[in-house]
Ligand binder design. Structure first.
Ligand SMILES: *[C@@H]1O[C@H](CO)[C@@H](O)[C@H](O)[C@H]1NC(C)=O
Ligand SMILES: *[C@@H]1O[C@H](CO)[C@@H](O)[C@H](O)[C@H]1NC(C)=O
Ligand SMILES: *[C@@H]1O[C@H](CO)[C@@H](O)[C@H](O)[C@H]1NC(C)=O
Ligand SMILES: *[C@@H]1O[C@H](CO)[C@@H](O)[C@H](O)[C@H]1NC(C)=O
Ligand SMILES: *[C@@H]1O[C@H](CO)[C@@H](O)[C@H](O)[C@H]1NC(C)=O
Ligand SMILES: *[C@@H]1O[C@H](CO)[C@@H](O)[C@H](O)[C@H]1NC(C)=O
Ligand SMILES: *[C@@H]1O[C@H](CO)[C@@H](O)[C@H](O)[C@H]1NC(C)=O
Ligand SMILES: *[C@@H]1O[C@H](CO)[C@@H](O)[C@H](O)[C@H]1NC(C)=O
Ligand SMILES: *[C@@H]1O[C@H](CO)[C@@H](O)[C@H](O)[C@H]1NC(C)=O
Ligand SMILES: *[C@@H]1O[C@H](CO)[C@@H](O)[C@H](O)[C@H]1NC(C)=O
Ligand SMILES: CC(=O)N[C@H]1CO[C@H](CO)[C@@H](O)[C@@H]1O
Length: 863
């Protein structure tokens, strides 16, 4: 299966290259000669990391202008490239760039902003407007404020302007007169002629009305490769668009599954949908609802976007069916902001064939309701149509804001979230008042993040949910969410299984058979009626209590906050999912309780607590090196299972030392995966984690590229390895600046050859040198900047086994150590397939048609 995947990737790229060449040689639609790609304020221009050429803007600047050029004083590590961000053009008074453009073509206008310190100008003083002919693109715009609220280092604003008959495009920057000392700045401007991609779109809820998109200008709000990965401008089908991963926008616990077209499925563009509409990679990947008809009927596959109020939005859905080929096999309803945009969507009926891309546009007006301006996109099977499978599919999604009647496209600056402000206040405190200047770059470097319009709303969205949901956020350090281990066979088999009880009738017998149903009385009894003294953790979802069941078994009980966003459907889906994951090195579920509106999950209690508390900041005796190695190996096994052992890849997203728990025999178990994957609200998990203090573990590539892969877990695990070796937190704001981030500091020390100076003094002299070398080398590789260069979790595991053997047999030949590592690794893999088999067999009970098709879909040989 793996080799299939590789081959299909090659095919994608090959066809992508071919098709790109085709588009380029086609000429007319991408007349690059008329494009202006300007690096503003730079004297010579340059090439960015994607290989695009940027030229200086100087020939567009009249000598009489009041503009100055400047270089940013600090280069944020999350900038994708120095060009165009490190240089800026600064305007103290109104200035107009004048461009000559082809008169009959729509234009992409992209503005790039990197709010940094330029020649002692404080970027928080900059407020300005940008007008392009009669359209207001930005107004009272503060790049600094916006970037801060979104925890981004830089911003890209993309607009599609109506054709300009005169051929003269004027882009005017006007510093705000309402703020003293205000100035305008810009780092990059792109003006690129484009084909007209738009046609009138039906206004949802008013079937007779359509929005005349063709005679409007637009701003791109979101552009997602649903179920796929980041696609850089250079890999777009000729229009230099950037496509982002959709995961940050998914809402709820049930996020469906992703799939990729089989290598022998050819995707063929039709005359209605030419290639420039979207690249092949968008159509080759998709997200659908999942294997079970039962579950799919109960939930909506939902994305939520934060948008500005008082505007009309056009939402473009890209579809391509590559798994099914007949009409009425997969039929679904599409909702936009709770209104039916399209009943009974059937991709095959539209496209007339498998492998043919189609897209559909719908418009909706988002009115003002203070605080929660959002755009919800939901898919649900059209049960009434009785399709063969109750499922839905989506391959790509674009959201455009349409200018209002006065030609305005500008919205207000976003508000930073309370959480962010809190985190900043804390950072401020720990840096001390003297450090307020040096403070900025550090926060910027750590929190400063990804580009573009995409990540933007993930965070805004949290702002809004935070406000409404009134969620408790755990303090950093302690109080992290602590679901604890369960699933020891004895506990499970003792249980009275009551899957058929009315209380849990929604939980499939499959899940109920795997985990136990508790009555609320049992739970109340076990926690002394949810006594506050029993609380061992608090998370965004509610509280975790220590409890006792069956008269003596210690358990951890997670009780959903009644005001939390988690709905009954999400709760049930979570149980279904968690109950299928069983592994010696994973914390899994013992049972659940669903009564009187309570939603409670029960896990085994892990008596030895978190790995972190055995490393530092506690009075526990230090762990030996061997113990530490074994714990790392255990955790690596758990993660390897999540990545490869379950039916589909599960990315943990929040690997850290407080999510590695220890049982009474010091066996490491990875916790929190179900929640991090299917938490009631993904964005929340995400961001609260970010602001809570897991900064130190976050994959920089995820920030930069919006690309969430299992390699993001590998990165975080690399930080864990150094934490285990050095016995210090991943992020320690009390240290000198260069040492704050353990990942950076450890890599720095390793480069300098002084890693030994920072390892835990308790370990000094006790680690075999060869072993240390292997261990540090493995950790370092995990921290590679690019996911592709990082090892897989399987490789990490093998290397740790090897390191352990080197420690155990210091004089033994490397060969012996290697062989033993091989044996251990092979043993682990064998166990894994047994675990998987026993997990897979349950599906036999659930003989719904989509389960059958699902196993065919995930196993390409099955079809
Ligand atoms: C330059 O700035 C000065 C004062 O800020 C203003 O009086 C003058 O009109 C500006 N010149 C141009 C060409 O905008
Ligand atoms: C910039 O101005 C803001 C608000 O006036 C202030 O809080 C901040 O400290 C200033 N930054 C610098 C680097 O002077
Ligand atoms: C753009 O600038 C040109 C040249 O200065 C001027 O003739 C034209 O009126 C301007 N167009 C608009 C829409 O402001
Ligand atoms: C973009 O395309 C190039 C070759 O066309 C390929 O090597 C590269 O991996 C692609 N990048 C992504 C992120 O898809
Ligand atoms: C939206 O429109 C209403 C009514 O026209 C107006 O009161 C409100 O200020 C507008 N909101 C925004 C964010 O512009
Ligand atoms: C749509 O429904 C959801 C869930 O019931 C609700 O939170 C949201 O506010 C609704 N949105 C609109 C635009 O009515
Ligand atoms: C799906 O969304 C629609 C529109 O918001 C709503 O009416 C329906 O109840 C939702 N269905 C489920 C199962 O959540
Ligand atoms: C956008 O602006 C154009 C030109 O001013 C106008 O004709 C069009 O009606 C506007 N679009 C909307 C949706 O108001
Ligand atoms: C400009 O934006 C800032 C920050 O969002 C806001 O505080 C201020 O009220 C706005 N000013 C105007 C004139 O809209
Ligand atoms: C793809 O190949 C598989 C066998 O490898 C075959 O069963 C299937 O029918 C093929 N699909 C298409 C569309 O050719
Ligand atoms: C902190 C803690 O609970 N430590 C325990 C870990 O497990 C060992 C072995 O069972 C106990 O002796 C410790 O007390």
């Amino acid at each position: 299966m793996n080799s299939n995947v590789h081959i299909s990737f090659c095919v994608i790229f090959l066809s992508l290259i071919l098709s790109t060449i085709h588009v380029l040689s086609d000429g007319s639609d991408s007349s690059d000669s008329k494009s202006h790609i300007l690096s503003c304020g730079s004297s010579s221009g340059g090439t960015d990391s994607d290989g695009r050429k940027w030229v200086s803007d100087s020939k567009f600047i009249a000598s009489s202008s009041n503009s100055t050029t400047a270089t940013a004083q600090f280069q944020d590590p999350s900038l994708p490239s120095q060009v165009p961000y490190m240089s800026a053009r600064i305007f103290r008074s109104e200035y107009t760039y004048k461009f000559s453009v082809p008169p009959k073509k729509r234009l992409w206008v992209r503005l790039h902003f990197y709010p940094s310190t330029y020649s002692n100008l404080n970027s928080s003083d900059s407020y300005f407007a940008v007008v392009a002919n009669r359209f207001t693109l930005l107004n009272n715009f503060s790049a600094s404020f916006t970037a801060k609220a979104l925890t981004q280092a830089y911003l890209i604003k993309e607009f599609s302007l109506l054709p300009i008959q005169s051929g003269n495009l004027n882009i005017t920057f006007t510093p705000s007169s309402k703020h003293d000392g205000s100035y305008a700045f810009v780092n990059g401007i792109e003006i690129i002629p484009m084909p007209d991609l738009f046609q009138p779109a039906t206004l949802v809820g008013f079937s007779e009305q359509s929005v005349d998109v063709q005679s409007s200008s637009m701003q791109t709000m979101f552009r997602l490769n649903v179920g796929g990965q980041y696609i850089p401008a250079t890999n777009d089908s000729g229009l230099t668009r950037t496509w982002y991963d959709d995961t940050p926008y998914l809402f709820g616990a049930a996020i469906g599954i992703t799939s990729e077209a089989d290598k022998n499925v050819t995707i063929e563009y039709s005359s209605d949908v030419p290639e420039y509409i979207a690249p092949l990679n968008v159509y080759r990947t998709a997200r659908s609802m999942g294997p079970s008809s039962n579950i799919n009927q109960k939930y909506n596959l939902t994305w939520v976007f934060d948008v500005d109020a008082n505007f009309t939005y056009v939402v473009r859905f890209h579809f391509c069916e590559f798994q099914l080929s007949k009409i009425n096999q997969r039929v679904f309803d599409i909702y936009l902001n709770n209104q039916t945009a399209q009943p009974s969507a059937d991709v095959i009926a539209w496209a007339e064939s498998e492998g043919v891309p189609v897209y559909k546009d719908y418009a909706t007006y988002v009115s003002e309701r203070p605080g929660d301006e959002e755009l919800r996109v939901e898919l649900h099977p059209s049960v009434s149509m009785k399709p063969e499978y109750y499922d839905a599919i989506l391959n790509g999604l674009e959201v455009f804001k349409v200018n209002d009647t006065s030609g305005n496209l500008a919205g207000p600056n976003p508000e930073p979230s309370e959480m962010l402000l809190q985190a900043e206040a804390e950072a401020e405190k720990s840096f001390g008042s003297s450090g307020s200047n040096s403070n900025a770059p550090v926060i910027g470097g750590i929190a400063g993040g990804a580009a573009g319009f995409a990540l933007v709303s993930a965070i805004c969205f949290v702002v809004y949910h935070k406000k409404r949901g009134n969620v408790h956020v755990a303090d950093s350090g302690t109080g992290n969410w602590l679901p604890l281990y369960g699933g020891s066979q004895t506990t499970t088999s003792k249980s009275t299984i009551s899957g058929k009880s009315t209380a849990s009738s929604h939980i499939s017998t499959l899940a109920a058979g795997l985990c136990r149903h508790f009555s609320l009385t049992e739970i109340k009894h076990g926690t002394r009626n949810f006594d506050e003294t029993q609380i061992i953790g608090v998370g965004g979802f509610g509280k975790v209590y220590k409890g006792i069941i069956d008269g003596g078994t210690k358990v951890a009980i997670k009780r959903s906050n009644p005001s939390s966003e988690q709905g009954v459907n999400e709760f049930q889906t979570e149980i279904e999912m968690l109950s299928k994951l069983r592994h010696k090195h994973l914390v899994s579920l013992i049972g659940f309780c669903e009564e009187e509106g309570e939603m409670i999950l029960v896990y085994d209690y892990m008596s030895n607590g978190t790995l972190r508390e055995h490393l530092y900041k506690s009075n526990k005796p230090p762990l030996s090196w061997r113990q530490r190695l074994e714990i790392c190996i255990g955790a690596a096994r758990g993660l390897h299972y999540l990545h490869t052992g379950a039916k589909y890849t599960i990315i943990h997203r929040d690997v850290k030392t407080t999510n590695i728990l220890l049982d009474e025999n010091w066996v490491a178990k990875v916790s929190d995966f179900g929640l991090s994957k299917t938490g009631p609200n993904l964005q929340q998990t995400h961001v609260s984690t970010m602001v809570k203090g897991s900064f130190g573990y976050l994959d920089p590539e995820y920030f930069r590229r919006q690309q969430l892969t299992e390699k993001s877990d590998v990165y975080s695990f690399g930080v864990v390895l150094f934490e285990v070796l050095c016995a210090r937190p991943a992020l320690d704001a009390s240290l000198p600046k260069e040492q704050v981030s353990l990942a950076d500091w450890a890599l720095h020390c390793r480069k300098k050859g002084i890693l030994e100076d920072i390892i835990d003094p308790n370990l000094k002299e006790r680690i075999n040198l060869e072993c240390l070398k292997k261990f540090a080398e493995t950790a370092e590789k995990c921290l590679s900047d690019h996911g592709l260069q990082r090892p897989s979790m399987g490789d990490v595991l093998w290397n740790l086994e090897f390191a352990l053997q080197l420690q155990e047999h210091p004089d033994g030949a490397t060969m012996t150590a290697e062989k033993k590592a091989n044996d251990a690794y092979a043993m682990h893999n064998a166990m894994m397939s047994i675990e998987e088999e026993s997990g897979a067999s349950e599906d036999m009970d659930d003989s719904s048609p989509s389960t059958v098709v699902f196993s065919q879909l995930v196993n390409p040989k099955g079809r």
